[in-house]
Structures are given as structure tokens and as C-alpha cells.
Write a new protein. Structure first.
Length: 454
């Protein structure tokens, strides 16, 4: 299989055209910056801080997860993943990419008897009620995912679901409808699991939520619905090896991170638009948006200096957002870079019938395929942006399968920590998120958080 590739031709301009970022700099100062970032990441990896690097090699975890999926997970008609942010987006991205948007609507036989898979993220009461109306709670497994075991939204949903189950089941049967994915030692979910005999899967202590897709957080839901999780990790491991390369042009994650950082720092291009041309990758865009924003948007650098830095990622979708964002990208403020993602081969490209030869607006489409139309629109958009002086790059994958998704997840995670080193910030923390949590706890009366919110 051809690995992920990056075409950055439309990112660069010649010096004669007034370009700041030129290809010759890859062997010069940009390459030197990248190697410094690579060394920093390698040191933090060796120290054990960046636990996501170890996940592809944890084959014992694959065996444990597969055992749960093949037994416990298959006893139920539906699996509901209860989590928010990093506790949900990665698993949802896998499901959307590999199962397709209408998978739950297929018959049981078409789904090879795998459970239906749902994600309960937000605490919007309308959404919660609508999902519960679709489910038979007596035949549903709820996978509650929170590393801390204290996420307010997830804990509230757990209480609601527990209450629903108590209305239809004997009390001693309620714990059998839950599976917790949480910290191996601490937190409310861990305590509940011990007290009530609820089975658990561990989130490694050195793996943060937004880097946890290749841990049980993402692997358990994938395995329950038949995704080859070993192939996911194989793809991730192969990408990890590629991203050890010290040559910037040969290191895909390094090239991605370095070019976007330079475009921001040197050209003021602080908005990074991630635009896959595949409906199945829409949720991957949202996953990337969280990863890039929460990891790189920081008030202080690693030395404690006030910097208020970080790019603003935007998740878009081609060709849909050619009809919403493209006007802004073409003629709005010149502060953006567009990163396209294309899938080279489709199992069925869907031929467009040749008919209506007397209607020019229809006739020219006949004989092409929807795949050709989609790719032509991406190429035309990239060309139009380039002619307007707006840079872009294109990531390409050969097909959408488990190995490719593992490759993509590891690519973006490594790019993120390399970008953190380039920006001089810690990509593993999220101090800005914590104040909102604390204020929420206080406003709702959580013990120990007080009432003085000024």
C-alpha cells in the first residue's frame, strides 16, 4: 500500500515572486528548526511523557480489548459511547471513516450481527431523550469514557443512564450494562467500578485524552463493531517509523508541522483550514481541530513567558465548503493555509450517465464519475487559491481502511507535538480549559469548590 504523501508544491513561491517560504529553505533554516523540535520530542518521548508513542506496540492491550469486544460487547444490540472531546471524537472518526454514515441503518445481517454504535457527547437534553427513544436500554451497553472520572458532562450522562436502567432492570443487573474506560488507579469511575463490580479498561496515565484514540478509548468501540484494531496499530507504527527521519523533506509529520508553523510565524497565516474531500473523513477534521487547538493554543511558553500563541484550526469539508468558505479563503484576509486531504481510490467511483446532450449544463458531466468530479473540484480549488497567492498543501491516502486511519492518527499526533516544540509550548497540557471546569463545579455546588466565583 502506498503510504500517506504530502504535496506542498502550492505552498511555496519562488523568491523572484516575492515568496518568503521557498523550497530551498527545507535544507536550510527550516530544516534546522525541525531537527531541534525532533530532538526535543525524542527526549520527552524517552522520558515517558508522550505515552501515545507506545500504543502501537502494546499488543497485549489489543488482545484484552478484542476479548472484551468478542464476548461482552457482543451480548448487546447497541453500544453507546458516553464521552466528550478526546473521549469520543477519535472513536467516532474511526466509525465514520470505516463504517460509513448510514451503517446503523443497515439490517442486523448486513452489519454481520455487530451492535449498532452511537455516541452520546453533549448534554443537550433533546439529544439525550431522542437517543433513549431509539434504544432498548435492556439490550444496550454503555461505555462511559473519562480518564479523570470527573468530567461533568459525562458524569451527568452516567447518572441519567443509570436512572433509566434502574427503571427497567433489577438493581443487581444495572452494573452489567456499563463498561468504564478510565484511569487505572484514580477517579470516581474507578471507585464506582471497584464498589459495583463494573468492568473497566485502562487509559494509560501518560496518555492525554486528545492523544488517546489508539488506546482503549478508541479501540474498544472500533473492535466491538468489527474494525481490525491490529491493522489500526500497524498503520500507526509504520507512520511512527517514517517520522523518525531527520531529513525534513522525508519526515511527513515534520514537514506538515514546520510549514504550518513557519506560515504562521513569518507570514501571519494563523488560521489552518483542514479540508478532506471525503464525507467519511468529516469527523476526522473535528478530531484534528481539537488536537491542534487544545495542544497549541497557550498563554505561556514552556519557560513561563506570556506568549498567547497558537494557530486557529478550522474543520471544513470538500466539496461542500466550496459553497460556504471558499469565497472567504479566496478574497478574505490573507491569513490562512488550506490543508486538503484526498482519497486516491474508491471501490465504486459511481459513473455519471451520459444523457441530455442538448443541455450544456448537464452534457459535459456525462461519462465522468463522481470520484473524478470530486477530485477535479479539489484540484481546481487548490489552483484557484494558488493563483490568488493563497498557499495550500495536499495530503493523499490510497484508500480508507483501518491501516490508513492508524497512519493518519499517528501522523497528526506527531505533527502536533513537533509543532508544540516549534511554538515553544507544552502540547500535552490544557490549563485554559480548567478554569471553566472549576467555575462549573462551583456554580453547581460541587463540594470543595465554594460559591465565590468572582
Amino acid at each position: 500500500m502506498t503510504p500517506l504523501t504530502i504535496d506542498a508544491d502550492k505552498f511555496f513561491r519562488d523568491e523572484a515572486e516575492g515568496g518568503i517560504l521557498t523550497r530551498t529553505r527545507l535544507d536550510g533554516d527550516l530544516g534546522a528548526r525541525f531537527r531541534g523540535a525532533l530532538d526535543e520530542v525524542a527526549a520527552r518521548r524517552e522520558s515517558g511523557e508522550m505515552g501515545f508513542f507506545s500504543l502501537p506496540g502494546d499488543r497485549e492491550a489489543v488482545r484484552r480489548i478484542a476479548a472484551v469486544a468478542e464476548s461482552f460487547g457482543q451480548w448487546f444490540e447497541a453500544l453507546v459511547v458516553v464521552g466528550i472531546g478526546g473521549s469520543s471524537l477519535g472513536a467516532k472518526a474511526i466509525a465514520d471513516a470505516l463504517l460509513g454514515p448510514f451503517w446503523n441503518e443497515h439490517s442486523n445481517a448486513e452489519r454481520e450481527h455487530f451492535p449498532r454504535l452511537y455516541f452520546l457527547e453533549n448534554v443537550d437534553p433533546d439529544t439525550v431523550k431522542a437517543l433513549l427513544r431509539r434504544l432498548d436500554p435492556r439490550r444496550t451497553l454503555f461505555n462511559v469514557v473519562s480518564k479523570s472520572g470527573s468530567t461533568a458532562e459525562t458524569m451527568a450522562q452516567y447518572l441519567v443512564l443509570e436512572g433509566v436502567l434502574r427503571q427497567v432492570l433489577d438493581p443487581d443487573r444495572v452494573p452489567g450494562h456499563f463498561l468504564f474506560t478510565t484511569d487505572p488507579e484514580r477517579g470516581a469511575l474507578r471507585s464506582l467500578a471497584r464498589d459495583r463490580g463494573i468492568p473497566t479498561l485502562d487509559v494509560p496515565p501518560n496518555v492525554g485524552g486528545r492523544f488517546s484514540v489508539l488506546s482503549p478509548v478508541g479501540l474498544l468501540p472500533a473492535a466491538v463493531v468489527g474494525v481490525d484494531i491490529a491493522a489500526l496499530l500497524d498503520g500507526a507504527g509504520e507512520m511512527q517509523e517514517r517520522c523518525r527521519a531527520p531529513d525534513l523533506a522525508e519526515n511527513p509529520a515534520g514537514l506538515f508541522a514546520t510549514l504550518l508553523h513557519a506560515a504562521h510565524g513569518e507570514e501571519g497565516r494563523s488560521i489552518h483550514v483542514f479540508m478532506p474531500y471525503a464525507d467519511r473523513l468529516r469527523t476526522l477534521g473535528l478530531w484534528f481541530q481539537q488536537l491542534w487547538a487544545e495542544s497549541l493554543g497557550k498563554a505561556r511558553d514552556r519557560d513561563g513567558n506570556e506568549v498567547h500563541t497558537g494557530p486557529t484550526p478550522i474543520a471544513a469539508l470538500g466539496a461542500v465548503d466550496q459553497h460556504s468558505l471558499l469565497q472567504l479563503l479566496m478574497e478574505g484576509p490573507d491569513d490562512k493555509v488550506v490543508c486538503f486531504l484526498r482519497v486516491v481510490g474508491r471501490e465504486d467511483p459511481v459513473e455519471i450517465p451520459a444523457s441530455h446532450s442538448g443541455i450544456p449544463e448537464l452534457a459535459y458531466l456525462g461519462g465522468h464519475t463522481l470520484e473524478v468530479l470530486l477530485e477535479t473540484e479539489r484540484r481546481a480549488t487548490a489552483d484557484a487559491l494558488f493563483r490568488a497567492g493563497r498557499p495550500s498543501m495536499t495530503l493523499s491516502v490510497e484508500r480508507l481502511d483501518a491501516r490508513t486511519m492508524g497512519e493518519l492518527f499517528m501522523f497528526f499526533q506527531i505533527a502536533t507535538v513537533l509543532a508544540g516544540a516549534l511554538y515553544g509550548v507544552d502540547p500535552l497540557d490544557q490549563p485554559g480549559v480548567e478554569l471553566g471546569k472549576v467555575l462549573t463545579y462551583g456554580m453547581l455546588g460541587r463540594e470543595g469548590y465554594g460559591e465565590d466565583l468572582t
